[in-house]
Every structure is written in structure tokens, then in C-alpha cells.
Design a protein around this ligand. Structure first.
Ligand SMILES: *Cc1c(COP(=O)(O)O)cnc(C)c1O
Length: 464
């Protein structure tokens, strides 16, 4: 399997090179040259497989001959060993044809673990084979940083430098990063905002000497391997509710469009999905797009679902590539204009095609808290604010009550205890493996928002 860029002007790469490249050289995102397709009979034959067995089936066509079946199976088994249930992603029946797909059973309590835990051993394998090492540099507003740290801690061929805005992440999120005692993990509390952190990381990547010298690499959500690992749980959930004979619908709380795009990929691979419901918080650029055909940047508003507080949905580019019939030049022109003007529009025909499958709705913090409170009072179930946005969207936009609606629960409520307590009156407690998180020793490295200081910090600590 080869991979092409959504902007049509970067070299065609194999799976292992796409993994290490992250972003394509023309600024685009890598996608498979063609979508692998499974027949209904083949998918039906996967009922009863364990999560890891199913993952092997779904991912095999994407890795091509980069990995043998045994190698891929070993990586998958290592990846999902650290989840607190063999099911990896348990599906909970909420009644009325609604299901909750719990994606928060990994080490850092958010769905990002499902992909990141896979990325860790995958990097290890590919780097060892190539005799290479990398230095991961990333900015986080919370969940991505801790998931990346847990995935690569103590790995021989990887150093990781994770920047977060000093004083602006939750105590739980910060402690999940700063209490990890591993020689290859380095956190930086930058004096600034999340945008400052992102700008600092971008500046490191744009410093080509520095980038080459330290083999900088990224693990943000544009990395194809992360999307690929997320495709699995769409098959998993659909098979549990009667798929592929029974078509299904999914509701996904979205920021960068990475999670819901993985669902779209599952559908392209042959999974019968009738509807995707996209849930936004007040940062509703995607909801406005699906309701108007205009993608338009406004400011970022902080919300109680901070992992969706984004200005631009980077993975949307992969859907745009499909909507434009894989015309990379058109994608590049559209996104160049978007960068210059903060807006692009699609034709009514393209909007109509997108909305045959996607619906979208936005919920502000008050509406989200109301749903968390009402759901808890009615059923005893506690949802985190991100998952609540997904459920709210599902309930507002479900098209067909005969089609099971699977809502993706993307974080454990204890990851956002203050918002959940305010909404429900209940303080959600951390699971056993994190029960002493608030007592663990922290290692906090505060740095000025200054590129020289950051470069010096990295040079001093990176392994030779
Ligand atoms: C990252 C994240 C999201 C958004 O996922 P995208 O792939 O960016 O759409 C939603 N919920 C939680 C808890 C997250 O950490």
C-alpha cells in the first residue's frame, strides 16, 4: 500500500515512511492511494473476534509489506495490554437504540490512548529496523501530551519534549505529564498560551538545521497511523450491534475531525454506516460548515471541553480531498485561500454530498452541563463534557430510530472533575491506577516563551 498527499505534490511513500514523516512535504496529509475494501461476508465473519484480533484484520491492508502479520500482531498486542479491560472499548447499551462506546479505558483516560498506545510500539519497531531515532516535539492543551508521554516513555529510540501552557491545563492533565518518571520524557511549562506552545513547536520544525540534527518528529492527529488505529473501533462497535447486516449511525464529539474521519474510512472500507453526527462545543467551525458550506475561522473560546477548543480542523483536509474527487491541486488552492482569507466555500453540490452522510450541531457549556446533570439524575451515568457534546448531538440529529446510534465517549469523567461535579453534584473519582496521582512528585520545568531558551533546554537533555 502506497500513500499520496492530499495536495498532490509530495512524494508517494510507503507506510513506514508516512509514519515518520507526519505532514507531507507539500503541506498536505497522507492518505492511502486507494481505500481497501472488505465484502459483507468477510466482515460478518469477524463477529466474535477479540478487539486485538479484529484490529489485525482491519489494519493489515494499510501496512502493506512494511510489517509481517506476526510483527503487526505483536505490536497490536503490546498496544492494548495497558487497557483496563480486554474489550479495550466496551460498548454500553443505554436503551432506546442508543449505545455508548467507551474509549477511555487506556492509561490516560482519553480516546487518544487507543491510537497513541499503538504508535509507541510501532515507532519502536520501525526505528529499530531502520537503525534510527527520533525526537518528538509536541504542544498540548492537555490530552494529547499525556497520551503521547505514556506511549513512548522508556523507549530506547525516542526522546519526547512536550510543551503545555503554564497554569492553563487542569491539575489532573498536568500531573499526568509531570509525574512520569522516565529519562526520555521532558515536559516544558511554557509561560504563554496553547497557541504560543504551538508556535514554538512550529518554529522548531521550521529551523531545518535543528530539525535535521535532532530528527524531530510529530505525533499530532494528522499522523496517518493514528487515524488508522481509530478505524478499528468503528468496526468493533458496529459488529456488536448487528452489523454489517444492520446499518448503524455514529455520533462523535469533534475538534480536529480526526476521530470522525476514521469512521468515514471504516465506511469506505465497506462498513454500512448511514449517518455520522458531528458534535461541536462553542468552537463550532465544523457545525457551521456542514450547515452552510462555508468554512470560516473565528476566535477560539475556552470551554469545559478543552480538547475540542480548536480554530481549524486539520483532519478535515482528508475529507475535502475525497469530496473534491482526489484533486490535490484543488485542495491546495482552496486551503491556500483559506490561510490567506480565513474562509473558503464549497459548491451546493459538494455540500449536498457531504450532508447525505454528515450532520452537525453545536452545544455551549450551559447546554452541556444540563445534559450531564439530567443524564446522571435519570440513569446514574456520568459523562465527561466531550462525550456529553456527542450525546447531545446524537439526540438532536438522529435520523432513524431503527438504526442503532453509537455515541463515542472520548474521556473518563474523572479527567474533567470540576465540570462534571458542577453539572451533576458528583465528584468523579480516578480509577485505581491513578488513585494516588495527586500525591505523586512532579517535575515542572517552567520556561520563558523564548525560542533560544527552548532550543537550549532540548540540546541539553536530548540523548546523543
Ligand atoms: C482530542 C479529543 C477530542 C477531539 O478529537 P478529534 O480527533 O480532534 O476530533 C474529543 N474528546 C476528547 C476527550 C479528546 O481528547
Amino acid at each position: 500500500m502506497n500513500y499520496v498527499s492530499t495536495r498532490g505534490a509530495a512524494p508517494v511513500l510507503t507506510f513506514d515512511d508516512v509514519l515518520l514523516a507526519g505532514l507531507a512535504r507539500d503541506g498536505g496529509l497522507y492518505v492511502p492511494e486507494t481505500w481497501p475494501r472488505f465484502g459483507a461476508t468477510e466482515i460478518a465473519g469477524w463477529k466474535g473476534l477479540s478487539y486485538t484480533e479484529l484490529a489485525l484484520k482491519v489494519m493489515t491492508p494499510f501496512v502493506g509489506d512494511t510489517l509481517t502479520q506476526d510483527e503487526l500482531a505483536a505490536i497490536i498486542n503490546e498496544a492494548y495490554n495497558h487497557f483496563d479491560t480486554d474489550d479495550v472499548a466496551p460498548l454500553v447499551d443505554m436503551g432506546g437504540g442508543e449505545y455508548l462506546l467507551e474509549l477511555f479505558h487506556g492509561p490516560t483516560l482519553a480516546f487518544k490512548d487507543v491510537a497513541m498506545q499503538f504508535l509507541g510500539p510501532l515507532f519502536d519497531h520501525v526505528l529499530a529496523k531502520k537503525g534510527a531515532r527520533i525526537c518528538i516535539a509536541g504542544a498540548t492543551s492537555g490530552d494529547t501530551g499525556s497520551a503521547a508521554i505514556e506511549a513512548v516513555r522508556d523507549r530506547d529510540n525516542v526522546d519526547a519534549f512536550i510543551l503545555y501552557p503554564h497554569g492553563r491545563v487542569s491539575d489532573v492533565q498536568r500531573r499526568q505529564m509531570t509525574t512520569v518518571d522516565a529519562a526520555n520524557i521532558h515536559t516544558v511549562a511554557l509561560e504563554g498560551t496553547f497557541d504560543d506552545c504551538q508556535d514554538a513547536v512550529k518554529a522548531l520544525f521550521n529551523d531545518l538545521d535543528f530539525r535535521d540534527k535532532h530528527h524531530l518528529s510529530a505525533v499530532n492527529s494528522i499522523n496517518w497511523a493514528r487515524v488508522m488505529a481509530q478505524v478499528v473501533y468503528y468496526f468493533w462497535a458496529a459488529l456488536k450491534v448487528g452489523g454489517p447486516e444492520q446499518p448503524v449511525a455514529f455520533a462523535v464529539p469533534t475538534g480536529n475531525f480526526g476521530n470522525v474521519f476514521a469512521g468515514y474510512v471504516a465506511r469506505r472500507m465497506g462498513l454500512p454506516v448511514e449517518q455520522f453526527v458531528v458534535g461541536s462545543n462553542s468552537n463550532d467551525i465544523l457545525t457551521r460548515f456542514f450547515n452552510s458550506g462555508a468554512m470560516e475561522i473565528t476566535g477560539v473560546h475556552p470551554t469545559i471541553s478543552p480538547s475540542m477548543d480548536i480554530q481549524v480542523s486539520s483532519n478535515f483536509e482528508r475529507l475535502l480531498f475525497e469530496l473534491f474527487d482526489r484533486d490535490g491541486t484543488r485542495v491546495a488552492d482552496t486551503l491556500t485561500k483559506f490561510r490567506e482569507t480565513g474562509r473558503f466555500d464549497v459548491t451546493p453540490e459538494i455540500l449536498a454530498e457531504a450532508t447525505t452522510l454528515f450532520d452537525a450541531a453545536r452545544f455551549d457549556d450551559d447546554e452541556t452541563r444540563t445534559l450531564i446533570g439530567e443524564l446522571h439524575a435519570a440513569t446514574g451515568t456520568l459523562l465527561d463534557p466531550h462525550s456529553a457534546v456527542g450525546l447531545a448531538a446524537a439526540r438532536k440529529l438522529r435520523r432513524d430510530s431503527n438504526v442503532p446510534m453509537i455515541v463515542l465517549a472520548t474521556a473518563h469523567p474523572a479527567k474533567f472533575p470540576d465540570a462534571v461535579e458542577q453539572a451533576s453534584g458528583v465528584h468523579p473519582s480516578l480509577p485505581p491506577h491513578l488513585a494516588d496521582l495527586m500525591e505523586r512528585d512532579e517535575r515542572i520545568n517552567v520556561l520563558d516563551n523564548d525560542l533560544h531558551a527552548l532550543r537550549a533546554f532540548i540540546e541539553e537533555r536530548v540523548s546523543a
